[in-house]
Design a protein around this ligand. Structure first.
Ligand code: GLU
Length: 281
């Protein structure tokens, strides 16, 4: 889109939006320019998502002065699309029955000191890699065999560009770095039928997102998303990973920080302009 971008703000309705969310939403809206700013509700985790939090998202964003087109995409309505993507990736996936304790034990055996961890926590040691999808049980997760994925694509690295961090240069991750630092990522979580990574990639493409803006905490996940885009022959958008809003002690805000909820500021009489000012926006 000439002069503009299609961007999105993609919150999960697992709590009240806080100042960090307000910042992410404002960045996404500003980055769209004359393009389009979309809202997407990331509610694949049915145990943690709540309808009243979703309603509060709409209310708080409208109060902040944001507008977005209807209908809003909700990930819980998109299971067929995730299922199709998983089926396409099936030759490169395997079912895994390991629980966190199994993974920790398998990693501790050869390892001294800190265990290898990536964007999703411990790097999976590959215990179930030999299992076939035909043996998948209802309690298994589904993992991507990263080595096979790189082989299938005939590539030895993934790369993307960020508008703010080293702009104009590639952020690169080699196959070895991917295997050692990220590992065989989960594409379908237990009882969910998808995972954050798979859903976000499928939906960004379905919504025609041309510029993904999101916090720096998700920077390393972008390598996973680029790999999935290649495997699913989807376009790679541009990226902008923005700063995180921190509390006075320098900690990243979390949903449990109710004191920082937009709702609390509203209740205390703050205006949307006050919020923008606090965020230096
Ligand atoms: N739903 C994610 C979150 O609340 C953001 C997803 C994304 O921007 O890719 O942190």
């Amino acid at each position: 889109m000439a002069g503009g971008a299609i961007t999105r703000f993609a919150p999960s309705p697992t709590g009240l939006l806080h100042l960090g969310h307000a910042y992410a939403a404002l960045v996404a809206q500003a980055a769209a320019g004359p393009g389009q700013f979309l809202l997407r509700i990331e509610d694949i985790d049915r145990d943690r998502c709540r309808a009243d939090y979703e309603a509060a998202i709409y209310d708080d964003l409208a109060w902040l002065g944001l507008t977005w087109p209807q209908p809003v995409m909700r990930q819980s309505d998109r299971m067929t699309a995730y299922h199709e993507a998983l089926a396409r990736l099936a030759p490169l996936t395997y079912p895994c029955r390991c629980r966190r304790g199994d993974i920790r034990a398998a990693l501790s055996a050869p390892q001294e000191g800190a265990l290898p961890a990536g964007p999703d926590g411990l790097v999976y040691p590959g215990t179930c890699r030999g299992r076939s999808m035909a043996d998948a049980g209802p309690d298994d997760v589904i993992r991507l065999d990263v080595a096979r994925a790189f082989d299938a694509l005939g590539i030895d690295r993934v790369a993307f560009r960020d508008q703010a961090i080293m702009p104009g240069q590639d952020h690169l991750l080699t196959r070895d770095q991917f295997q050692e630092g990220i590992g065989d990522v989960i594409l379908s979580r237990r009882g969910m039928g998808t995972s954050y990574h798979l859903a976000v990639v499928v939906d960004d493409a379905a919504q025609g997102i041309t510029l993904v803006t999101r916090g720096k905490d998700l920077f390393d996940s972008t390598y996973i998303h680029v790999l999935l885009q290649k495997l699913l022959t989807l376009p790679t958008p541009r990226y902008h990973h923005h700063r995180l809003i921190r509390d006075d002690a320098g900690r990243r805000l979390a949903k449990r920080d109710d004191a920082r909820a937009i709702r609390s500021y509203r209740d205390d009489g703050a205006t949307p302009q006050d919020i923008r000012r606090m965020l230096a926006f």
